[in-house]
Design a protein around this ligand. Structure first.
Ligand SMILES: NC(=O)c1ccc[n+]([C@@H]2O[C@H](COP(=O)([O-])OP(=O)(O)OC[C@H]3O[C@@H](n4cnc5c(N)ncnc54)[C@H](O)[C@@H]3O)[C@@H](O)[C@H]2O)c1
Length: 346
């Protein structure tokens, strides 16, 4: 089954299996004469070269540029070289940039598309689960400059193509990264998605996971496209998670998992959340951590103090009233301490 979800009135997110043919990724459109692919090394590069060859055979000028892997691609220097490459290809505003890779790649490809010639069309093909459920969805693009994501622009891709066959082949650690954000989407907006994870665990159908997680993000982004309010709910687990990620060197997904457990305790104290144990269990069933013992409490607190969501004496946190109903709360210091204690940080 192929499903098309509309995000912010601008992006068609196409989710299904067997979707990675050139005619589906870069559909016929009048005026478009060139497609410029940016991709990560490895599988995304192989895929991009095949798609570009298919397009070329169909008469569209296509070229592929492999960017450095991971965060190394999200720099001003990489973006500057990308602009020069696009200019050399003669890319016009009628043409298309295609980004193929994980979230780091779609962030930089999206940023280049947002800014080259004041904006050209972007089509994104996320090749990690995190990219498919989160990074490629919602129109945020970014580069790192000293701080992570310091430079960026809102630029909605016209299409995002998610092929679950490709995601099924991901190594376990990359699937786990995506499960954490997908589960978060369920916890803040779709109890049915949480129930699916509870029933099927690590075997949960990834096409369905992506459809449901994207639907949650699409609904929230649609109501708050520029991140002035409700979009903050998507930061569930990220306030303490960010501190755990930096202080403990955990991966982003693992840190968000720990952060959600901590937020569960805060929710129990501030919003009557009664499903802490249930939440902890489903997180653990996906092989994600539910504690970060041994982490330096003082360091974690210092990092939370630097968190951009902090103001005044308390800590602004997203908590749940029940699964599927989030709200923003100002957590007093005592609640922050019990939230940290719930994940083994004292
Ligand atoms: N724009 C947004 O709204 C948003 C939201 C969340 C995260 N992000 C960004 O996304 C990035 C994280 O995304 P990520 O976890 O996808 O990281 P990533 O892009 O660094 O990819 C992780 C690794 O997976 C590899 N990879 C990609 N596709 C693969 C495949 N099919 N098979 C095997 N390996 C593959 C990559 O080469 C890389 O080494 C961060 O930069 C983060 O800031 C952006």
């Amino acid at each position: 089954m192929v499903e098309v979800l509309r995000v912010a009135g601008a992006t068609d997110v196409v989710v299904g299996r067997g979707l990675l043919s050139a005619s589906l990724v870069v559909e016929e459109r009048p005026g478009r004469r060139r497609a410029a692919f940016f991709c990560q090394p490895g599988e995304p590069a192989r895929l991009s070269r095949r798609l570009a060859r298919e397009l070329q055979a169909a008469g569209m000028a296509s070229a592929v540029r492999v960017l450095p892997d991971g965060e190394a691609a999200k720099t001003i220097e990489v973006a500057a070289a990308a602009y020069a490459w696009l200019a050399g290809l003669g890319l016009t505003r009628e043409d298309t940039v295609v980004g193929v890779g994980g979230g780091a790649l779609t962030d930089v490809a999206g940023f280049v598309a947002a800014t080259f010639l004041r904006g050209v069309e972007a089509i994104l093909v996320p090749t990690t689960l995190l990219g498919a459920v989160d990074a490629a969805i919602g129109g945020k693009t970014a580069l790192n400059l000293g701080a992570k994501n310091l430079v960026g622009a809102f630029h909605h891709p016209s299409r995002v193509i998610v092929d679950a066959d490709l995601l099924d082949g991901l190594p376990l650690d990359l699937r786990r990264e995506g499960w954490a954000e997908a589960l978060k989407a369920g916890l803040v907006g779709d109890p049915g998605l949480v129930a699916m994870f509870e029933r099927d665990g690590t075997h949960t159908d990834l096409a369905e996971v992506v459809r449901r997680a994207v639907a949650v993000k699409a609904a929230i982004v649609g109501r708050d496209p520029r991140d002035h309010g409700e979009r903050a709910h998507l930061n569930y687990g990220h306030t303490i998670g960010h501190a755990v990620e930096v202080a403990g060197g955990l991966s982003h997904g693992a840190a968000v998992a720990v952060g959600m457990v901590a937020a569960g305790r805060a929710g129990a104290e501030l919003a009557g959340f009664a499903e802490e144990a249930r939440q902890r269990e489903v997180i653990a069933s996906l092989g994600l951590p539910v504690a970060a013992p041994g982490l330096d409490g003082a360091e974690a607190r210092r990092l939370i103090g630097q968190d951009k969501k902090r103001s005044g004496a308390g800590l602004r946190m997203v908590v749940l009233e029940v699964i599927g109903r989030p709200r923003l709360e100002m957590a007093p210091t005592a609640t922050v301490s019990s939230a940290l204690a719930a994940v083994g940080i004292s």
